[in-house]
Design a protein. Structure first.
Length: 367
């Protein structure tokens, strides 16, 4: 009986201590005070989407202020009335000095931070983010005309904040030539990925076929096209042979000229020219030959000059020796075309001593 009374006595003492501790602890929370500090806030010109505590998930979000304490910080969304004494103006950016109040006992459904406006340090009209336009040097009213192999200089026309704007507006910007039949070509001129940002604001491209159409730039965001602009380009084939007018060749070259293909680096051309018995000779080849070079050059010449005049291998070689001024014993003519001003041959060249093979186009004026 004594042991049972002792047990009840211990339980009673423990309960009393628990009540006293709980009361003291609750008092400690109630005794806490709010505290504040003075900070600077950036307020964005645009509003954000604000979802207060308890806001239905299927309901439209409310408008909210976008704020941050440093330029590098992420935007935080607070209620429109989240800064006492401040009224937001859409389209204006603000830099504020505020009292940031930390609430000791905030409401269960609200933030523990309150802001009170001290003063507006700076306010300015927000700069509108802009995509650049695609332009061509020397173009007129978004159009440009050039001969094949002449350099066409494209460039991006924009404001002084082009790179910063592109970072905000898109993930990549692509230059696109959609009208090259069966061989649509494009190249990124801006991208921002993996911490690497690159922008090409101007570039040369040399078209190799007399065609025409709209060249585009397209901006992509999350895999979707969000902007595009274009300029019309018309290409002609008005010279005697590709990039040459025979009367303009006045002296021999000891080196080659390269022709940049901005969107298809695998098919860039080289050219050189010289004189034999006062006859100008031109040679044109691919700078990066492959196993398919002969077939590719043949199809290219067919697109320009249709079917060749001479096709049979033995007969072609015989005609080549009759028609052309410059004959190299290592050359075997594969096909010969004739235009109003030029003789053009597709050549297979092989050096038995060095075991070297080359394919190139050779041309000279008609005698």
């Amino acid at each position: 009986m004594r042991k049972l009374k002792s047990f009840y006595y211990c339980v009673l003492i423990a309960l009393c201590n628990s009540v006293v501790f709980s009361s003291c602890n609750q008092g400690a929370f109630e005794d806490r005070e709010d505290w504040s500090e003075v900070v600077k806030l950036y307020v964005d010109a645009e509003l954000g989407e604000y979802r207060p505590w308890g806001h239905p998930t299927d309901a439209e979000p409310l408008d909210g202020l976008k704020i941050k304490e440093s330029k590098d910080a992420d935007w935080e969304i607070i209620p429109m009335n989240g800064i006492d004494g401040f009224t937001h103006s859409l389209g204006w950016e603000f830099y504020l000095e505020v009292e940031k109040v930390h609430l000791a006992n905030p409401p269960a459904d609200a933030s523990n931070i309150r802001y009170r406006l001290i003063k507006i340090v700076e306010e300015q009209k927000a700069r509108t983010l802009e995509f650049p336009t695609l332009e061509v040097k020397g173009g007129f009213v978004n159009s440009y005309k050039a001969n094949i192999f002449e350099p066409v200089h494209f460039y991006l026309q924009g404001n002084d904040y082009m790179l910063q704007d592109l970072r905000e507006l898109c993930d990549s910007l692509v230059f696109d030539i959609p009208w090259l039949k069966g061989n649509r070509l494009s190249r990124k001129i801006y991208f921002n990925a993996g911490g690497i940002t690159k922008l090409t604001s101007g570039w040369d491209h040399r078209f190799i076929l007399p065609m025409g159409g709209i060249c585009n730039i397209k901006a992509y965001k999350d895999g979707n096209v969000v902007y595009q602009d274009g300029v019309s380009v018309s290409l002609t084939n008005d010279k005697d042979f590709l990039m040459y007018n025979w009367e303009e060749i006045t002296e021999s070259m000891n080196s080659s000229i390269g022709y940049v293909n901005f969107v298809d680096e695998g098919h860039e051309f080289l050219s050189t020219h010289y004189f034999v018995n006062e006859t100008p000779i031109a040679k044109v080849s691919l700078s990066n030959p492959t196993d398919d070079t002969l077939g590719w050059l043949y199809e290219y010449l067919r697109k320009l000059y249709r079917e060749p005049l001479y096709n049979s291998e033995s007969y072609v070689q015989e005609q080549y020796k009759k028609l052309f001024t410059d004959i190299d014993n290592r050359e075997t003519a594969q096909h010969i075309w004739q235009t109003a001003s030029s003789l053009i041959a597709l050549i297979y060249w092989y050096d038995t001593d060095e075991d070297i093979t080359q394919y190139y186009i050779k041309a000279e004026p008609i005698k």
